[in-house]
Design a protein around this ligand. Structure first.
Ligand code: HSE
Length: 327
């Protein structure tokens, strides 16, 4: 891991706070983090796409006795409002990595990324915490992109959601002995993502428990070819997306846990739509190569589905997470 550096002249506040700690109190940042869809069919634990739907947070370092956490929108009344809140855990993780004591936090989250649906809500919360900490520590500790990705991946355990949430666009993420790395690519403007979200949730841990220890060599070769093709399709040749989104590494192993997702993907793909499980599911991502075909996909799902599915036509987010000083 690249280590963070603490500027020698950081802060100059009065006792009883240490100089560095004192310099953080009163700082406030505004953070915006996109939803993400991971895997994209064949790119298991590797490929991810940032989507233009966001969680936004205001975070302030205070000298109060305890954290003050409010959550509005998705997760309101459900997620914990103490130090176990995932954003607070990610801020604490980043401060600990930097060797800076964690101040109390006033945190107001306005969430619109659905939870437990395969749209990277936990990755977004983790990235929100990491970039909020980066913003609060601006001028005191500098963080490089690899370091941000490593901090987020340490909490998320795989990099394919946190990489696009941090950097935007299409990301290839891979793990090296020195930590996770990423390459960001700009998606062809013809690619028009559609996300179909069911009412029920799916646990990533359950989905991961259904994966076998090993896979047939020919299936691995199948996915190598489709993953390579998928990069070409997403950045240059969207007409190849249907073949490029084929997968033999994860979706059929998990199908028993999300039968309607599996069935609807079959219906969509038979009609020529490049549909895949979004992340660990149960949402469906359709990588349409023309905005007009998205309406056809929505109609098909309305006709074929047994339960209600919400259709979200989402643009690709090209920026990734942003952090600015709060007004
Ligand atoms: N690559 C991960 C998986 C994404 O499919 O398990 C879900 O977080």
């Amino acid at each position: 891991m690249t280590s963070a550096t603490v500027a020698p002249d950081a802060g100059a506040s009065a006792a009883p706070l240490s100089p560095v700690e004192g310099s953080v109190i009163g700082r406030a940042v505004h953070v915006k983090v996109p939803a993400t869809s991971a895997n994209l069919g064949p790119g298991f634990d590797t490929l991810g796409l940032a989507l233009a739907r966001y969680d936004e947070l205001d975070v302030e370092a205070t000298d109060a006795a305890t954290h003050d956490i409010q959550v509005h929108g998705v997760g309101e009344g459900e997620v914990p409002l103490d130090e176990s809140h995932l954003v607070v855990r990610a801020i604490a993780h980043t401060f600990a990595h930097a060797g800076i004591p964690l101040p109390s936090l006033r945190l107001v989250a306005r969430n619109s990324i659905p939870h437990g649906r395969g749209l990277g809500s936990s990755g977004a919360a983790i990235v929100a915490g990491v970039v909020a900490a980066k913003g609060l520590l601006e001028g005191i500790v500098e963080f490089g992109p690899d370091e941000l990705l490593e901090l987020a991946t340490q909490l998320e355990e795989h990099p394919d959601n946190v990489a696009p949430a941090l950097f935007g666009g299409l990301t290839i993420a891979w793990v090296t002995p020195e930590g996770p790395r990423h390459k960001k690519l700009i998606v062809h403007r013809g690619v028009s993502p559609l996300v179909l979200v069911p009412e029920h949730e799916m646990s990533t841990a359950l989905a991961r428990s259904l994966q076998p220890e090993s896979v047939p060599h020919e299936d691995a070769v199948f996915n190598v070819s489709r993953s390579a093709l998928l990069i070409a399709a997403l950045i240059q040749s969207p007409e190849l997306l249907l073949q490029a989104t084929e997968d033999k590494l994860h979706q059929h192993y998990r199908a028993q846990a999300m039968p309607e997702t599996d069935r609807l993907i079959g219906v969509l793909r038979a009609a020529g739509h490049p549909a895949v499980v979004s992340g660990a599911g149960p949402s469906i991502l359709v990588l349409a190569n023309d905005p007009s075909t998205r309406a056809d996909a929505v109609r098909l799902v309305e006709e074929a589905a047994d339960t209600a599915w919400q259709a979200l036509p989402l643009a690709v987010d090209f920026k990734g997470a942003t952090v600015v000083p709060a007004d």
